[in-house]
Design a protein around this ligand. Structure first.
Ligand code: SF4
Length: 287
């Protein structure tokens, strides 16, 4: 059968191959920890081939911008945050300027994100602390980052991994769901998920694995109705069958640049275009 996903680089697993792999796993019984590790690493390699353009979905130029964008992203989408931050950083380029800004002006800028009064308060409190205690520079250590107002372990790991090059996994809702579906953990608590998953991989892939899993969760392995029938890791996933396994039905569930009709956008990503470039060309980049 032809690959139902119109993208040559995406691994194609037929329903027959996925069903046979599931039957083999059932016969083999409980999986050894060595086998879980091998399977996990193979999955990561396939996801890296599937999403070679996976990066943090928040736009930023430096650690400060990423820190603010991540705090703003609570209870809203990254796409929406990316639509607001260019104005915010053009108006208040650094922590000093944001700390000194009129609260009402900051609120006005972040209003489209919802909870705008508390979000404006949070980022101004953050700016104050970074100015007062860290001389206007975002600290590059987990123990310092998590003392900043509004910054938990997840935000700190995002900043460390993407702005400081310190390996870390970011356990958001997609990451946790996928790690459980893939049989890498049975834990719900993000810190325990992080511990289980980091034990399966060398640190050098932790940050990219976070992006790849989050991309996969947004595009294919949705929380409701994962698109199992077109999933490139279907034969390696113990949860195969949680969503439709018919490739033609599953194909309709693909999102973002994998959505049918978005082949041009996917080609551009595969050829190295960045989100900012694509947006400048008029692509909305929302699902
Ligand atoms: S649940 Fe389905 S879509 Fe998700 S990883 Fe497993 S096979 Fe793929």
């Amino acid at each position: 059968m032809d690959n139902p996903v119109a993208a040559e680089h995406i691994r194609h697993v037929t329903p027959d191959e996925a069903a046979k792999a599931a039957a083999r796993r059932r016969r083999a019984g409980e999986e050894s920890s060595l086998s879980v590790t091998r399977r996990a690493r193979k999955i990561q390699r396939i996801l890296a081939e599937t999403y070679p353009y996976a990066v943090a979905e928040l736009d930023f130029d430096d650690a400060w911008q990423l820190l603010v964008a991540t705090v703003l992203s609570a209870q809203t989408t990254d796409v929406r945050v990316n639509s607001v931050t260019p104005i915010l950083f053009a108006t208040y380029p650094g922590p000093q300027e944001l700390a000194e800004a009129e609260p009402e002006s900051v609120q006005e800028i972040v209003r489209p994100l919802g909870f705008y009064r508390s979000k404006a308060r949070s980022i101004q409190a953050l700016a104050n602390r970074v100015v007062d205690e860290y001389n206007g520079e975002v600290p590059g250590k987990l123990k310092d980052l998590i003392t900043l107002p509004g910054v938990g372990r997840k935000t700190a790991n995002v900043v460390l991994g993407n702005a400081f090059g310190v390996p870390g996994v970011t356990v958001d809702t997609h990451f946790g769901r996928l790690a459980r579906r893939l049989g890498w953990t049975t834990q719900e608590d993000p810190v325990k998920v992080e511990k289980d998953v980091t034990a399966l991989f060398p640190p050098k892939v932790w940050t990219e694995l976070s992006h790849e899993l989050i991309y996969h969760g947004r595009r294919i392995c949705h929380s409701r109705k994962p698109a199992c029938g077109v999933c490139p890791i279907a034969d390696l996933c113990p949860s195969y069958g949680e969503g439709p396994t018919d490739p033609q039905v599953a194909r309709k569930l693909l999102a973002y640049e994998l959505k049918p009709g978005r082949e041009e956008l996917l080609d551009r990503y595969m050829n190295g275009a960045t989100r900012r470039e694509l947006r400048a060309e008029g692509h909305t980049l929302s699902a």
